[in-house]
Design a protein around this ligand. Structure first.
Ligand code: SF4
Length: 361
């Protein structure tokens, strides 16, 4: 009776959000060279999000539009991923996740199409097998493209349009030349959208040459190329969304929609984005020299992640409405009309050193 009442109350008072990202797993079957899962593998903690906790969370998402089952891991490794999709659908949520594509076999493709998953994101790091497979180690370009072509055929046969295919291309100095070649592939697999992301979490000093913004002499060239690519993509009816390539050092705007979205991480911690996800800080009590560090302005600094509470111990809505979380959101709410000094003074250390905030819009 108490559980039923709790669920009903949570359902009614839950916040109105655009999306909630749920980190369903921190296991991964790939070893992308730029991912903290690879660069900070020592001490990395692998967990699956418990299905019981997912059941507990769902009433709190009553007024949330989209549930994105994604964090620092490969969602298709979760033994209950399709049950989670089913549950979201039962609660009338839009649902999606991004995969590295390794497990997009025929059986999983049929299940995804039959479940009417709304968005399927697939990560790429090149337009040729040599480049993609070198950067996204453990994945295979040709296999992933073939799987997406198969999915396209199945959708046509079943006369359905879901899932919408969104391709994510990480734009690095070493693969930028291939970005343009990627769009014919996107068209071939029926993608509606390509998102060009920047490397904004530099978790290893050896990666410092990869972010586009670390090449000031080439920024104009990158900028012109991106405009041209966007136009060509639009002509092929593909939306190309990107930020950058340069930095806006004065930016105080968080691009992660933190006032109307958040992350629930694999252990139930609620934080604003994947970068502030406590899983990146590693196991509690980890020796300082083993703590994950990121490179910011040529300095190596420890990752200071944070959470506003854990849904194992408190209702999601109570965490979202807590004074501390409200205070944080106010910093990034344009309606609060805070001065630059007030925003900077209140910003958590990790947001102060966040390249995602500084990449130009
Ligand atoms: S400023 Fe950066 S670290 Fe802070 S919430 Fe936004 S994206 Fe996350």
């Amino acid at each position: 009776m108490y559980t039923w009442l709790r669920k009903q109350k949570e359902r009614i008072i839950s916040p109105v959000l655009d999306w909630v990202q749920v980190e369903v797993t921190t296991f991964c079957n790939a070893a992308c060279i730029y991912c903290p899962h690879t660069t900070a593998r020592e001490g990395w903690q692998n967990f699956h999000f418990p299905l019981t906790l997912f059941h507990k969370l769902l009433p709190s998402l009553n007024h949330t539009n989209l549930v994105f089952l994604q964090g620092w891991g490969e969602p298709l490794l979760h033994p209950d991923i399709f049950e989670m999709v089913r549950l979201c659908k039962k609660w009338n949520k839009k649902v999606g996740f991004t995969t590295n594509g390794i497990l997009l076999n025929k059986e999983n493709i049929h299940t995804i199409v039959d479940l009417q998953l709304d968005i399927l994101g697939i990560s790429f790091a090149g337009a040729t097998p040599a480049t993609h497979n070198h950067i996204r180690q453990g994945t295979d370009f040709d296999t992933v493209v073939a799987a997406l072509e198969y999915m396209r055929r199945i959708k046509v046969e079943k006369k359905v349009t879901k899932p919408a295919i969104h391709l994510a291309y990480i734009m690095l100095a070493s693969n930028f030349d291939e970005l343009r070649l990627f769009f014919p592939i996107a068209k071939k697999v029926g993608a509606r959208q390509v998102v060009g992301s920047n490397l904004t979490l530099i978790s290893n000093p050896q990666l410092s040459r990869e972010p586009l913004f670390n090449h000031p002499q080439q920024l104009n060239e990158y900028h012109r190329a991106l405009i041209k690519i966007k136009k060509e993509a639009a002509d092929s009816k593909i939306l190309f969304a990107y930020r950058g390539p340069g930095l806006d050092e004065t930016s105080l705007v968080c691009p992660e929609n933190v006032c109307r979205s958040c992350l629930v991480n694999v252990t139930g911690e609620v934080s604003p984005c994947v970068f502030t996800n406590p899983i990146l800080s590693g196991s509690p009590g980890k020796a300082a020299d083993k703590q994950m560090k990121v490179v910011f302005k040529r300095r190596s600094i420890p990752v200071e992640t944070f959470s506003f509470g854990n849904i194992n111990n408190a209702e999601f809505t109570r965490i979202w409405e807590s004074g501390k979380y409200r205070k944080f959101r106010r910093l990034f709410n344009p309606e609060a009309e805070l001065s630059a000094g007030e925003i900077l003074a209140g910003m958590p250390p990790f947001c102060k050193t966040c390249y995602k905030r500084l990449v130009s819009s």
